[in-house]
Design a protein around this ligand. Structure first.
Ligand SMILES: Cc1cc2nc3c(=O)[nH]c(=O)nc-3n(C[C@H](O)[C@H](O)[C@H](O)COP(=O)(O)OP(=O)(O)OC[C@H]3O[C@@H](n4cnc5c(N)ncnc54)[C@H](O)[C@@H]3O)c2cc1C
Length: 398
């Protein structure tokens, strides 16, 4: 088995890009090289543990706040997408957690009061705190605004009492605080209104968390979280009361870009692993990569990876130039990257055949993890609905 492990340790292929992008990518790679081995990556997946040490190292290296990296101040979309691609290709679960962290940064940066920024945003930027994002519920994720049953009721002292259940909440077992959406006004025809965003310390009484056993992203716990009479002071309302869902919609395009970046990383990691295997594994006295059937599939996967990266870069650059994430390009990048990830991992599994299933080797983890961005943060179907309407001008399909 050790021999097989060595076969998949190919150096990452060089990516043609501008010097500033290459420099940032190399910074991420050197932090990962200093902390990771194939055994360590495997351990955190198998043990279903979060690699907190690696997360902290990324924070200490300035790779969460990303000040001044590509396109000026603040964490630009271009810089985030490079960091997340590199994480997706290795410690994928850390990448998934950073998608949420970056979303928290944007929400707090855009809507936070001075006190909220000091208390919640500063430790998020440095990597001293982790945030979980509580939106989805047992009743549904896609139509969440209509089915949301978590409520926040204002009490006589001005504080809120929160009751309800959230589902699939990444990192909720050990985050420092939640960004949580709850209904503060009854459902009307405009389902997205009447929902408020709250900042809730994880230590607040009345929060119960249970881990869900999932097949993928096992290095980041997905949780059922219940809130029972959780008291939240009014100063922990993020932004405007009743407009929380609209605030989150404002960050959704950026989240699509970031999800696309992790999916692209998964695709690239799987492709590199498969190519290294195809070069070394022998059948009929030749490397299996010399067989045209496999070679063509690997080439198709490589084309999808490069196409997804170009679309993602274009979407990120356009979003940085406009000062807000471009809806159409972000949605297209997300679809391209999710297809690249499912395509490359499927090809990788076939190239490696029986070895693809070996838990000691990374292909089966890429294959499992690739599923996430077919439905998160928005399902591929809803992303196509969006593009059909907004890009092609067709009648809304639902
Ligand atoms: C590993 C993991 C991590 C996650 N992390 C988080 C997190 O941190 N925070 C959080 O809040 N949530 C999180 N989620 C939840 C995720 O965002 C939801 O799973 C996602 O939004 C889809 O919701 P659903 O699973 O309820 O699917 P459903 O809404 O039940 O959808 C089922 C199917 O119906 C389709 N569908 C629905 N409506 C339409 C339509 N109009 N047209 C076409 N097709 C349609 C969907 O595309 C999908 O194929 C996570 C989930 C997982 C598994």
């Amino acid at each position: 088995m050790q021999e097989a492990l060595n076969l998949v340790e190919a150096p990452p292929r060089a990516i043609a890009e501008t010097p500033d992008r290459a420099a940032l990518r190399n910074r991420v790679r050197s932090v990962l090289a200093a902390h990771l081995t194939p055994e360590r990556l495997r351990y955190f997946d198998e043990a279903e543990e979060y690699d907190l040490e690696l997360f902290r190292a990324l924070g200490e290296s300035g790779l969460i706040q990303l000040d001044g990296e590509l396109h000026g101040s603040g964490p630009s979309h271009a810089a985030q997408s490079i960091v997340l691609e590199e994480l997706g290709a290795g410690p994928t679960s850390i990448g998934v957690s950073l998608v949420v962290q970056f979303m928290g940064l944007e929400l707090l940066h855009t809507h936070g009061s001075a006190e909220q920024r000091e208390r919640f945003l500063a430790p998020l930027r440095s990597g001293d705190a982790r945030v979980s994002f509580g939106l989805s519920e047992p009743g549904g994720g896609t139509d969440i605004a209509r089915v949301m049953s978590t409520t926040a009721v204002r009490l006589s002292d001005g504080s809120f009492s929160i009751n309800g259940a959230k589902k699939w909440i990444g990192g909720a077992m050990d985050c420092d605080f939640f960004i949580l959406l709850a209904r503060t006004a009854p459902l009307t025809d405009s389902a997205v209104d009447g929902i408020t965003t709250f900042l809730i310390p994880r230590s607040s009484p009345g929060i119960h968390t249970e881990e869900i056993d999932t097949m993928g992203i096992r290095g980041l716990a997905q949780c059922d979280v219940t809130f029972e009479n959780v008291r939240v002071p009014p100063e922990f309302v993020l932004g405007d009361e009743g407009r929380g869902f609209r605030q989150v919609l404002g960050t959704l395009n950026g989240e699509r870009l970031n999800g696309a970046a992790v999916a692209l990383g998964i695709a690239r990691g799987a492709l590199d692993t498969a190519v290294a295997w195809a070069r070394n594994r022998q059948a009929f006295g030749r490397a299996v990569g010399s067989f045209q059937a496999l070679q063509h599939d690997l080439v198709d996967a490589a084309v999808k990876v490069e196409s997804a990266r170009l679309l993602l870069q274009r979407a990120a650059d356009a979003s940085d130039a406009a000062g807000t994430a471009d809806g159409t390009l972000s949605a297209m990048a997300k679809l391209a990257a999710s297809a690249a990830a499912t395509g490359a991992t499927d090809t990788g599994m076939r190239v490696m055949a029986g070895w693809g299933m070996a838990r000691a080797l990374p292909m089966q983890r890429f294959f499992r993890d690739a599923r996430l961005y077919t439905f998160a943060p928005l399902t591929d179907e809803m992303t196509r609905n969006y593009l059909g309407e907004k890009m092609l001008g067709l009648e809304r399909s639902y």
